[in-house]
Design a protein. Structure first.
Lengths: 254, 187
């Protein structure tokens, strides 16, 4: 069943992105003759042209370099590998102005020194239904035991907290097996593959908490820090549900 | 590890939306059920309520991105005021206006039986009082909910609260005055 409220939400989200790119629509356009060329151009913008526009513009935000003598992080113009694109629809959409917004730039500043091959054109700003944001970063693959191809960083607007970061990193195998999940500061958040519409956390005392997934990202209150009986700690199990409420993982079997 | 970001206020979300950093989606997710529930209660027909909800949020989004207008001091009150006006306008015109949706090029909602059932389910399971409580004092919230939302008589409410009808009328009046002042501040 298609939820009509989700349909409206998707329409509003597309409209917001268009407004962010083009400014508010004019009330006076109604009834005014418009050429076919203008109609076509407007249609292209509405169907995603705004995102294409920013993706083709040069962008060179500064990466963090906090420690003198530490390796400087580097960028890469390459596209994410097919394995990442195949798992994450949020990477398959075009980069748009929100992905390059001040919030995204702020979160980009949380990346530590020495990251290799930060794909600036593949940065994605993710937002939870409660308004929390995170930055998805695809990194050029570097063989080794500490290899991390995908990272999720999040922070707040407080400049006092820009010198360290909360994030979770892993490779696509980790994403398939468990998702990139962190349990920090009273919340559980993370990145999950395509097809996961809801993440459910089950606790050993029977509590169940769930969160919708938006753009492969979710965030929920950790019930073990929310008035739970003493002794209840991390969730006993996380389950992934599809849009029909069926359990589909983890691990991801798509 | 750092602490998680604080929960953004509605004004934070609307400011972020205006600045091109998103935010309206989260604002919609916070309040769409309550707005829908309110409009189902007014319009009595889920089809009309769905159209009114769409037009309400479309109008809000247009207003947020109109830099000539200030952002509302109380976004929840502002949102419900828009919803209320959309409903009143629909009564006057005999149809739900679609100006904001047309300006944003939103497609008409397709409402099948499942969608209508979903709307009624959302309306019946949503607690309006919790939303109203975010922007009005408790006594005014109660009076307003009972009178406007539940459509109870003043005498019934007064009996429950063990106060005079005049007191209930005063609380409702104050609540509505607060609404109007918030609306005036926005305009």
């Amino acid at each position: 069943m298609t939820d009509v409220l989700d349909v409206l939400r998707a329409q509003l989200l597309a409209a917001e992105r268009t407004l962010a790119a083009n400014g508010p629509p004019s009330r006076r356009t109604r009834g005014r003759p418009v050429s076919a060329r203008v109609v076509l151009a407007s249609l292209l913008i509405f169907l995603g042209g705004s995102a294409v526009t920013v993706a083709t513009q040069p962008w060179a935000p500064l990466l963090a370099h906090r420690s003198p003598g530490a390796p400087i992080s580097t960028t890469s113009d390459t596209a994410p590998p097919a394995t990442e694109l195949g798992l994450l629809s949020v990477l398959r959409r075009a980069q748009d102005s929100l992905d390059r917004s001040a919030t995204a730039t702020h979160l980009l500043g949380l990346i530590g020194d020495g990251e290799i091959g930060v794909r600036l054109n593949s940065l994605r700003l993710l937002t939870t239904p409660t308004g929390q944001t995170a930055l998805l970063v695809s990194l050029k693959h570097v063989p080794g035991p500490m290899s991390a191809d995908l990272c999720l960083f999040f922070g707040d607007d407080d400049p006092a907290h820009t010198t360290s970061s909360t994030g979770v990193c892993g490779d696509t195998q980790t994403l398939r097996s468990n998702g990139l999940i962190a349990n920090v500061g009273g919340s559980i958040f993370g990145l999950v593959p395509d097809g996961v519409s809801r993440v459910v956390a089950e606790y050993i005392d029977g509590q169940v908490v769930s969160s919708p997934v938006q753009g492969n990202y979710f965030s929920m209150i950790d019930a073990s820090t929310n008035g739970s009986p003493a002794g209840v700690t991390a969730p006993h199990r996380l389950r992934w549900l599809d849009s029909a409420g069926r359990a589909i993982g983890p691990p991801w079997v798509g | 590890m750092r602490r998680l970001p604080r929960k953004q206020t509605d004004r934070d979300l609307l400011n972020a939306s205006r600045d091109g950093a998103g935010g309206f989606d989260a604002f919609y997710l916070r309040h769409h059920n309550a707005v829908l529930a309110y409009l189902v209660g007014r319009a009595r027909e889920p089809e009309i309520a769905a159209d009114l909800t769409a037009e309400t949020f479309a109008a809000a989004l247009v207003a947020v991105h109109d830099r000539k207008r200030g952002l509302p001091l109380s976004p929840v009150a502002w949102l419900f005021t828009i919803a209320h006006h959309k409903w009143i306008d629909s009564l006057r015109r005999g149809q739900v206006e679609d100006e904001a949706r047309r300006r944003l090029a939103l497609e008409p909602l397709v409402l099948d039986d499942d969608a209508l059932a979903r709307i009624e389910q959302v309306a019946s399971s949503t607690e309006l009082r919790a939303h109203l409580a975010e922007w009005l004092p408790a006594d005014q919230v109660h009076a307003l909910c009972e009178r406007i939302v539940a459509e109870r008589d003043y005498s019934d409410i007064a009996g429950e609260l063990r106060c005079s009808q005049a007191v209930v009328r005063m609380r409702v009046s104050r609540a509505l005055t607060t609404l109007r002042s918030l609306e005036a501040n926005h305009d």
